[in-house]
Design a protein around this ligand. Structure first.
Ligand SMILES: [Zn+2]
Length: 983
């Protein structure tokens, strides 16, 4: 053993003594070289804010990896490190791009949430670094939306927008035609005024193959070995390979600039391993001289593209749906985790209202505030969060954060309402001791304050807050224990109300989930729903008092119809107002929709069905959290002899149908509304047959829709869809259902020469029109296999009441149906759609003895009592900022040409909106409120579009005169302001 060791040592000495190796200083100072192919090397990492691990686990590096989330990391740094980072940012070596709290999803997100989370991030970056991000960087989301391009792109001041995932067929064609990079006009209404340079990467967001250098990475890309004394010396080969990859990318790219994304998920854990190799490549490739390699950023790349003066092809609409290969459509996640999606949507609407109330009282800097909810909602927009594509424990973590934020915001709302209802508040004594309660579990019919026993002289006080800028009337429904109650308005006048029995099906759902969420079964069980119609001023509240009294009338009349073959000719008509739904007595099915006001009469059918999820046994592509891969489709038939139960009353009629042991449906027709409301309770979806199931509802009509239907982009612009067709390429149809699915956040509609058939939704879902005249929504999905895209867990959600007692997730949700004469549907979709996003906020107090109305403020007007916003304008943001200034955002809700009256420019009088304050200053800003609008417009790059496109004239509201203070909004325009007040 000793002899051998001696020999080895000698050999090494010999080697070292005859070589010429020395320390090499790599020249990495290269910049753009005209006339050469310039390879822009952009080092980047992609750290999901929760996916396989929770955001906290990723941050601290538990579960074996070290990730950094910039804001959290930043808060923990010394002044010295902060100063170094600031220097890197100001020198352009480190570029802050995208800049939201997360890289949000683009399918299951609502535009208001996208704006809020981007604003939060952009204002942080502005405050800490005094910079405004220029680049959109949505490299991972699974398809790309029009709203992302124009609203969260151009309108936040981005000059370009880059992404990784587009359909494989689309990508192949674009590579061929050099059209991966385009000018994207996402909005028909705003056209070229909000266009953006948009680039899809040639592959994913990884480096070209063989150029991957993560420490301990599983790639075997050869390092650049430039020690000539070593057998592995490979500089010429590596340079050749680099040049070949550069030329190959240049062959599918316009201009002589190509970008290499040097990194991927969770990279640069030890940054030196990457930078060492990149240094060598730049040094040797530039010595070789065939192409020019340089350290770059997306900004440098964008400016280089712009400087070439090239013309770019025009892109409209969006990049949905996305398939990464044959039979692999990422359209399942449009619906995945419907309860989480519903929770995000409900809290998003609540957050909007809570910020308004926080402003009306004045923000309490010592807390509680709505800030935690803002953070939780921002994180929940991440492309593995609301998308439903994280592991279960991570999804639970998102929901937990929202719940914590909600609980704090609930205190803000309660304190604000206590302040605003207290008649002594204005005089400064502010001794309010009213404790308002709220009922976040109303969706499972659980509301302790409304279930109080009123028989002993107590009264229930309900404050109904309206976050919209319009006066509004809507039916309020709360569970009660005794039907003998009356409802009075703030003048003491008894108003019409109705009681509807709470059925056993609802009680079972209520008890199980109360136990699951609260850890205990409810003590009392309500027997009824109390319904009454509330009328509330814009941005204000009204008060209603419920007290014990013998009911004279208004109890729902119950009619149980046993559906059977014998009553073939029998029909059942439902609806106390203009709208009537007609059901067949034969099988209990909906057959007709009749609106006596608009004279619409249309045959309709509503049914449930399911797709059996493919198990991947044929080609390893199963249906899963991301991917919708249906195998077969099955109708769900009502079990025979099932009664159709109808409750009729003065305010609404309800039709109850138990479709099977795991689907229950209530259809409501209101006296004052021209739409039908469907409430479904689906689950637990049975999987004991070993088959995953994706549950759909279908509304069929006789409309001759000729393959066309329309779905919204993030709840905003509607985009025309044509079945089995893509505008940008000739579609090879291999998945006739999954490949025709689109994300829906607001609604879906179809039309023919006579009518429009529309559905609105209460959360993000997937949907389509697979047959002419028919619309379909996927409401719930439960699957047994993983779909092989990294989550490594089947989408099989359960709800547990003990560690061992679990059942498949039950989802309660709503969708809404209306049929209008052609050209009249937009008014409902837009205005009612906004009401769905911003429902009434209910707060409850108990009062015994003295008269609430005389000792409190029963009606509150947040804006001038004589004023209301125009019907086509919504307030998206009314928020007090840290420094006492106010962030104020208005949106026009209609597109150009959508409605003959409402697709017009409208204006808002700020003096009337802020009637109780005096405006000192107003600045219009970019959408994310991080720079002045005028400054942003001045900096904006102007791009050339290929060919000649005649564009209709784009209108936008004019500048705001600081003395008149009137804001004009053109169709689809959103305007953002920072306002200060005289104190
Ligand atoms: Zn990601």
């Amino acid at each position: 053993m000793a002899v051998k060791a001696w020999f080895l040592a000698l050999f090494m000495v010999a080697l070292l003594s005859c070589g010429e190796s020395k320390y090499i200083v790599y020249n990495t100072t290269s910049t753009i070289v005209p006339g050469k192919i310039n390879v822009h090397l952009v080092p980047h990492t992609h750290d999901d804010v929760g996916w396989l691990k929770t955001i906290d686990q990723y941050y601290v590096g538990s579960n074996n990896s070290i990730q950094a989330f910039f804001q959290r990391w930043w808060d923990e740094q010394s002044e010295a490190v902060k100063s170094t980072v600031k220097h890197l940012v100001s020198s352009g070596q480190l570029e802050l791009i995208n800049g939201g709290i997360c890289m949000h999803d683009e399918a299951a997100t609502h535009y208001i949430d996208m704006i809020d989370q981007t604003t939060l991030g952009h204002r942080f970056i502005k405050a800490e670094f005094n910079v405004t991000p220029r680049i959109g960087w949505q490299i991972d989301p699974f398809g790309h939306s029009a709203v992302q391009a124009y609203l969260l792109g151009a309108e936040v001041g981005f000059d370009s927008f880059f992404f990784g995932r587009i359909d494989y067929q689309d990508r192949a064609k674009r590579k061929n035609e050099k059209t991966l990079e385009v000018i994207w006009r996402g909005s028909k209404s705003l056209g070229s005024s909000s266009q953006i340079f948009a680039g899809a990467f040639p592959e994913n967001y990884e480096p070209p193959s063989n150029f991957y250098y993560e420490v301990n990475g599983d790639s075997d890309s050869p390092i650049v070995q430039d020690n000539t004394n070593l057998f592995d010396y490979n500089v010429p080969e590596r340079v050749n390979e680099f040049v070949a990859a550069a030329i190959s990318q240049a062959n599918i790219t316009r201009t002589n600039h190509v970008m290499w994304t040097m990194g991927t998920d969770f990279q640069y854990q030890y940054a030196h391993t990457w930078f060492r190799q990149l240094d060598k490549f730049i040094h040797y490739v530039n010595q070789d001289g065939r192409v020019n390699a340089l350290y770059s950023t997306p900004s440098i790349y964008t400016d280089a593209k712009h400087a070439t003066d090239e013309s770019w092809p025009l892109k409209s609409d969006d990049y949905f749906p996305y398939a990464d290969r044959i039979n692999a459509y990422w359209t399942g996640y449009f619906t995945s985790r419907p309860a989480l999606k519903g929770y995000v949507r409900a809290t998003s609407g609540y957050y909007l209202a809570a910020r308004q109330l926080e402003f009306f009282k004045g923000k309490n800097k010592a807390g509680p505030t709505t800030d935690y909810l803002a953070d939780a909602l921002a994180i929940a927009q991440h492309h593995d969060a609301v998308s439903g594509t994280s592991k279960q424990h991570v999804a639970d973590d998102y929901a937990k954060r929202i719940a914590i934020g909600y609980t704090e915001a609930e205190q803000v709302v309660a304190a604000s309402l206590a302040y605003l209802t207290d008649s002594t508040s204005k005089t400064g004594s502010n001794s309010s001791s009213i404790k308002f309660q709220q009922c976040p579990l109303l969706n499972i019919s659980y509301c302790p304050p409304s279930e109080a026993d009123l028989s002993k002289g107590k009264n229930l006080v309900i404050v109904v807050y309206n976050p919209l800028g319009w006066k509004r009337e809507d039916v309020v429904k709360i569970p009660i224990v005794d039907e003998n109650v009356v409802v009075r308005d703030s003048r003491g006048k008894e108003i019409e109300s109705q009681v509807i029995p709470l059925l056993l099906a609802s009680v079972a759902t209520r008890n199980y989930h109360a136990k699951a969420y609260l850890g205990k079964y409810p003590k009392v069980t309500p027997s009824y729903w109390l319904a009454f119609s509330a009328t509330v001023p814009p941005l204000g509240f009204s008060t209603y008092i419920v007290s014990s009294a013998k009911r004279a009338a208004g109890a729902s009349e119950k009619e149980t119809v046993y559906v059977s073959d014998r009553s073939q000719n029998h029909t059942i008509k439902v609806g106390p107002g203009n709208l009537q739904l007609v059901y067949s007595g034969k099988d209990g099915k909906l057959t007709k929709y009749i609106n006596r006001r608009s004279s619409v009469e249309e045959s309709v059918d509503q049914s449930f069905g399911y797709y059996s999820g493919d198990d991947g046994s044929v080609d390893f592509q199963a249906s899963g959290a991301y991917i919708f891969r249906p195998n077969l489709t099955y109708p769900i038939k009502s079990e025979r002899q099932v009664p159709l139960t109808v409750f009729r009353g003065p305010l609404l009629d309800e039709v109850h149908q138990r479709v099977n042991s795991w689907i229950y449906q209530v259809t409501r027709v209101y006296k004052e509304k021209d739409h039908a409301e469907f409430e479904f309770t689906i689950g637990p979806i049975p999987i004991d047959d070993g088959i995953g199931k994706e549950i759909i509802t279908k509304i069929s009509s006789s409309l001759k829709s000729n393959k066309k239907f329309y779905t919204d982009s993030n709840g905003r612009d509607f985009i025309e869809r044509i079945r089995d067709y893509r505008k940008d390429w000739t579609l090879e149809v291999n998945q006739p259902v999954a490949g025709n699915y689109y994300p829906i956040n607001l609604g879906i509609y179809t039309k023919d020469t006579r009518s429009e058939l529309s559905l609105l939704v209460d959360r993000a879902v997937g949907g389509s029109s697979i047959v002419d005249g028919q619309l379909e929504l996927m409401l719930h999905r439960r699957l047994i296999q993983d779909d092989g895209r990294g989550v490594a867990e089947a989408l099989n959600e359960t709800v547990c009441i003990t560690e061992k007692k679990c059942q498949g997730l039950t989802v309660v949700g709503k969708y809404y149906l209306r049929i209008d004469p052609l050209g009249e549907g937009a008014k409902w979709r837009r205005s009612y759609g906004q009401e769905l996003y911003s429902p009434f906020l209910l707060a409850f107090a108990e009062q015994d003895g003295h008269n609430w109305i005389s000792s409190h403020v029963p009606t509150f007007y947040g804006i001038s009592p004589s004023y209301a916003l125009p019907d086509n304008i919504a307030i998206l943001t009314l928020q007090e900022l840290e420094d006492g200034e106010v962030l104020f955002r208005l949106a026009h809700l209609y597109e150009v040409g959508e409605d003959k009256d409402l697709s017009l420019t409208a204006s808002v009088e700020l003096k009337k909106v802020f009637a109780n304050k005096k405006i000192k200053g107003i600045t219009e800003t970019s959408l994310s409120a991080n720079q002045e609008r005028a400054e942003m417009e001045k900096k904006r790059l102007v791009w050339k579009v290929e060919g000649s496109y005649e564009e209709p004239k784009v209108t936008r509201g004019g500048p705001v005169d600081p003395t008149k203070l009137i804001v004009e909004l053109a169709p689809m325009e959103i305007r953002t302001f920072i306002i200060s007040f005289y104190s």
